[in-house]
Design a protein around this ligand. Structure first.
Ligand code: 5AD
Ligand code: SF4
Length: 473
């Protein structure tokens, strides 16, 4: 799922675009500064905030200017080949900065660091530090070692690390919405996916630290949190003393109870794991948003089986039915892959028809990109020609765009509660905000209102991507 608008609480950002430069005002004059770019999923952006927190403890302040920074970091994504190509291009640019200022250290963080490990240091000679997603606490030591002229690396994966006690340093924040990481890793082993190899085994974070992070954010004026995990529905935490279990539905309720004015979102759901209890929570708590990102990947049961998704077309459809039955005004979005190994034209048509059936409000759509080491790379031939993958992708994109427009047209005349996020991109006379269904709503400004306020907006016009309306008193 990819989106090039970093303000949309989605899982990933278009890796073809330059990564978001994380930035905040530096308090006082810090002796050292770091510059960080983040690519890929929301989890990476959230991780960058953990890294920023660790660095600030070491006296490093964030800067937007890479030429002047002591440390250039890139938080990387391996999910598709294109994502990795982007990172390599950026590293070349960082190296030009280093050529002029040799004392600058360059560090690669995240999934690509984990996947390529010491290859970065041995073959490419582009970086001083390689740090995997579970090794961020070691960054101060790695910097010290790199400062001494060593190339330093820590790519150890952990079964326990959740960074539960680290208060993320909110960077480039709109002051309204924030991510909270609730778990790490993934045990699912979808055959196309590199994540289980780069982010390791699934582990859930202590729910009380999640609630206290949410409470702290609310107290600071934030009004929306997105609970993040590769598969949030399999969240499971055992109280070490009482042995009581907390599941995702219970966690959602705990966070919803922080304050009725704090909206709760979550991503990503796995169709096999989302339970009725989660749907009941969404129905029963007004501040749990009526929006579920429920990637289907393919609409064909044979392909789903090859993908190791562990559900069939019919099973997925019944899950969609159940969601609309329990939460009729829920918006559902998806991730879709075209041209997976051996996919026929008819099987591709099954994907088109499940998109129609599910009435997604939006989707993140990709053509299959073989990733070394994955189950699919080992077991199946990547046999669909690139132009066929791309043509199928275009068909999926065209259909989804039409569906999104239809979805939005149904909102004309409706009134939604909108949480104001800030000025509209196109006009400072308009606010932008989201409704519970995660749709962007644009409307003329009113005096005395601003980011973090809730308003009622009646929709009178729509585009494929946005609802336009007016505030009603
Ligand atoms: N090729 C194409 N898309 C992929 N995704 C994951 N791995 C691949 C791959 N090898 C997509 C899936 C997933 C989203 C985050 O990225 O749709 O849900
Ligand atoms: Fe990858 Fe599947 Fe885990 Fe998502 S659920 S991260 S697609 S293995």
């Amino acid at each position: 799922m990819y989106n090039d608008n970093p303000t949309i609480p989605v899982k990933e950002i278009d890796e073809s675009k330059q990564g978001e430069v994380l930035m905040m005002e530096t308090k006082g004059s810090k002796p050292k500064s770091f510059y960080i770019e983040s690519y890929g999923c929301q989890m990476n952006f959230s991780d960058s905030e953990i890294v920023a927190s660790i660095l600030s403890e070491e006296g490093y302040g964030p800067t937007r200017n890479m030429e002047e920074s002591d440390l250039i970091l890139i938080n990387t994504c391996s999910i598709r080949e294109k994502a990795e190509e982007t990172v390599r291009r950026r590293l070349k640019i960082f190296n030009k900065v280093k050529a002029k200022r040799p004392e600058t250290l360059i560090g690669v963080l995240g999934c690509m660091a984990e996947r390529l490990k010491s290859k970065f240091l041995e073959e490419e000679q582009l970086v001083d530090m390689v740090v995997g997603p579970d090794a961020y606490r070691d960054i101060p030591n790695l910097i010290a070692s790199a400062d001494d002229g060593n190339r330093s690396i820590n790519v150890l994966l952990s079964r326990e690390e959740t960074y539960a006690d680290i208060a993320p340093l909110r960077l480039q924040s709109n002051g309204v919405s924030a991510f909270i990481s609730i778990m790490r890793g993934c045990d699912n082993m979808c055959s196309f996916c590199v994540v289980p190899f780069t982010r390791g085994r699934e582990r859930s974070r202590d729910p009380f630290t999640i609630v206290s992070e949410a409470t702290d954010l609310f107290d600071k004026g934030f009004r929306e949190v997105t609970l993040l995990g590769q598969n949030v529905d399999s969240y499971k935490w055992e109280n070490p003393e009482t042995k009581e279990l907390v599941n995702f539905a219970q966690l959602l309720e705990m966070v919803a109870l922080v304050n009725p004015l704090l909206r709760v979102r979550f991503s990503t759901s796995h169709p096999k794991d989302i339970t009725d209890d989660v749907l009941f929570m969404i129905r029963d708590y007004k501040n749990i948003c009526k929006y579920i990102h429920l990637p289907v990947q393919s609409g064909n049961s044979r392909i789903l089986d090859l993908m190791n998704r562990t559900y069939s077309r019919e099973w997925y459809k019944s899950k969609i039915d159940r969601i609309y039955e329990i939460v009729p005004d829920c918006a559902i979005s998806s991730d879709i892959i075209t041209g997976f190994c051996t996919e026929t034209e008819d099987e591709h048509k099954d994907t088109l028809s499940i998109i129609n059936y599910s009435k997604y409000s939006m989707s993140y759509m990709f053509f299959y990109s073989e990733r070394p080491g994955t189950l699919a790379a080992r077991k199946y031939e990547d046999d669909i020609p690139l132009e066929v993958k791309k043509r199928r992708l275009q068909e999926v994109v065209d259909l989804q765009m039409d569906l999104a427009h239809e979805h939005n047209k149904k909102d004309i005349g409706k009134t939604y509660e909108v949480l104001i996020e800030g000025d509209s991109k196109k006009s400072d006379q308009h606010f932008k905000g989201r409704n519970s269904q995660n749709k962007m709503v644009i409307f003329p400004k009113h005096k005395g209102l601003g980011p973090g306020d809730y308003v009622q907006v009646k929709v009178d016009e729509v585009t494929r991507a946005t609802l336009l309306g007016k505030m009603i008193s």
